[in-house]
Design a protein around this ligand. Structure first.
Ligand code: AMP
Ligand code: ZN
Length: 459
């Protein structure tokens, strides 16, 4: 099946065809490293990690995710804390990589850092000036938006409307309000690099254009990021790259993930309503966070709550419960294939909810199967699906032994039921009721039947 992706520029789902046969290049705007990543920031990391895993099945993928380590927010953090910039960025780059690894995000092939590509940025800015798309004014270099006819194509904005609607006070060195900074001067206490326009630093947009060109070439296949990056960041990247490269298409497909919100408000550092991955992984298994992030289709909004996590935990318990106790031989593991329907769901614009329902279908079939050989094959298929999606990476026994604060594991529940049975057998009904209450408070409902006590989690 051909992979289908939703292209923001076209506004619809289209068949994916890379520029070069068999090879794919993908660029994802990565973190600005002045703070820990929140789970909203983790959404693009997880979504594009899954896309990378799917693409690697069919193509030789080169995946770059940059690190923005030149940014005014980083400078502000340095001034505020009195810590050197390098110390701040080194700390948060490490934290980002550790936190993303904990939620199953594989390292991209290339992780370019802005600070290591300033020469490429200066050269690209020089080209834009030479070709008449940028101008220098008072130590700044600005992109002349009016000089690029395609401006607004990605974000579907009309330049004239933008000009009319612009209420920001226009800086005196700008020819027009919509012109954006490629280079700006640095005062002595700020980081700066020597350039033909004096000591200064690059604007954010040119960082990505220069790094993408250096590592992936003039035309990349897929460019990704969160929806908030469409405008102005990606619109500006597109304008710069296209103009510097004589009209060569910058990205063949643009893919954007929807927002993660909390209480229906976008999660963002500036609003202060953030849940940091760094904190969450102390009490919640990484796979639970990963599944919660993939529980909605990547283009849909995802409202985050404790229920999102609880539901993901229950679902993973079901998957682990199905393969528990089955000894999968190396041979069965090596021969296992990810079920076609699951792959097809992912190749259809990364439909992770559909892929998960295929995954649960597999677990259900396994639970109903009694033939040991078939059970082993089904378990092997589940493990293969887990390898593709980043789940079932823990030994099932270790999974159920892991204690998550606030939630009873299946083992804990079975132990409590056994305790209640013992109390009832000893006619200590007060003790038996106390156990029932304890379970009920933890959200577990039990039912006594002819063949013993069963339990289920209630919402
Ligand atoms: P930043 O470090 O703020 O530049 O953001 C890194 C990535 O996270 C970008 O791709 C953003 O679009 C994305 N992002 C930020 N907040 C959210 C959110 N609440 N939901 C989904 N993606 C987000
Ligand atoms: Zn970018």
């Amino acid at each position: 099946m051909t992979i289908q992706v939703h292209d923001t520029r076209k506004g619809r789902k289209v068949p994916f065809e890379p520029l070069h046969d068999g090879e794919v290049t993908m660029y994802l705007c990565g973190p600005t490293v002045y703070n820990y990543a929140h789970i909203g920031n983790a959404r693009p990391a997880v979504v594009f990690d899954l896309l990378a895993r799917v693409l690697r099945r069919s193509y030789k993928l080169t995946f770059a995710r940059n690190i923005t380590d030149i940014d005014d927010k980083i400078n502000a953090a340095s001034i505020e804390t009195g810590k050197p910039i390098d110390e701040i960025t080194a700390k948060y780059i490490k934290a980002y990589n550790d936190d993303m690894a904990a939620i199953g995000v594989q390292r991209p092939d290339i992780e370019p850092r802005a600070t290591q590509h300033v020469a490429e940025m200066i050269s690209m800015i020089g080209e834009l000036i030479d070709k008449g798309f940028a101008y220098e004014a008072e130590g700044h270099v600005l992109f002349d938006v009016a000089s690029y006819k395609g401006y607004g194509e990605l974000s579907k904005r009309d330049l004239r409307e933008m000009i009319a609607g612009s209420r920001v006070e226009v800086a005196p060195y700008k020819r027009a309000a919509q012109d954006f900074v490629l280079w700006k001067p640095s005062t002595p206490e700020l980081p700066g690099w020597d350039s033909p326009w004096g000591r200064g630093r690059p604007g954010w947009h040119i960082e990505c254009s220069a790094m993408a060109a250096k590592h992936l070439g003039r035309t990349i296949d897929i460019h990704g990021g969160g929806l908030d990056l469409v405008f102005p960041h990606h619109e500006n990247e597109l304008a710069q790259s296209c103009c510097a490269h004589d009209g060569a298409d910058f990205a063949r497909y643009w893919m954007h993930n929807g927002f993660l919100s909390m209480d229906h408000e976008k999660m963002s550092k500036s609003l202060g309503n953030v849940v940091l991955v760094h904190e969450l992984i102390k009490t919640v298994p990484g796979e639970v966070i990963r599944l919660a992030l993939l529980s909605a289709h990547y283009r849909q909004p995802l409202d985050w709550s404790t229920e999102t996590l609880k539901s993901a935990k229950r679902q993973l318990d079901r998957l682990y419960g199905a393969i528990r106790g089955i000894d999968v031989s190396d041979e069965a593991r090596a021969n296992a294939e990810v079920p076609e329907a699951l792959v097809a769901a992912l190749e259809d614009d990364l439909n992770s909810p559909k892929a998960m329902s295929e995954f649960f279908g597999l677990a259900k079939t396994l639970n109903k199967t009694t033939d040991p050989k078939q059970r082993q094959q089904l378990a092997a298929a589940m493990l293969a699906a887990g390898d593709l999606m980043g789940f079932l990476q823990t030994d099932p026994e270790a999974w159920f032994a892991g204690h998550v604060e606030g939630e009873l594991s299946a083992d804990d529940i079975e132990a409590l039921i056994a305790k209640r049975d013992a109390a009832r057998a000893a006619r200590d009904f007060a003790a038996a009721d106390a156990v029932r209450d304890q379970l009920s408070e933890a959200g577990i409902q039990i039912e006594d039947g002819a063949s013993g006590t069963t339990w289920r989690r209630i919402d």
